[in-house]
Write a new protein. Structure first.
Length: 87
């Protein structure tokens, strides 16, 4: 998944899990994924991005570490109430 380096202007590759996390974070920040709403499942992310389940799991872990989502065992991941900054 290429992106443009802001310093050099050259295309470079970003790890797929980081790109997925960035895409989901942007959806949260735009309000497309509202607080309390579920995120796509790992299976849905693997299908959307054509990646392995561990890659999708790693992307969700990044969002949890950033405090944007929380996980409920057996139910999925949800957007935190404080995510998005649209208060």
């Amino acid at each position: 998944m290429p992106v443009v380096d802001s310093d050099s202007g050259e295309a470079c590759r970003v790890a797929p899990f980081r790109q997925i996390a960035a895409d989901l974070a942007a959806e949260i920040e735009r309000g497309e994924l509202a607080p309390g709403r579920p995120l796509p499942s790992e299976k849905e992310l693997t299908e959307r991005y054509g990646v392995a389940r561990n890659t999708a799991r790693s992307a969700l872990a990044v969002l949890r570490e950033r405090g944007l989502i929380y996980a409920v065992t057996g139910r999925g991941s949800y957007v935190t109430d404080s995510a998005g900054g649209n208060e």
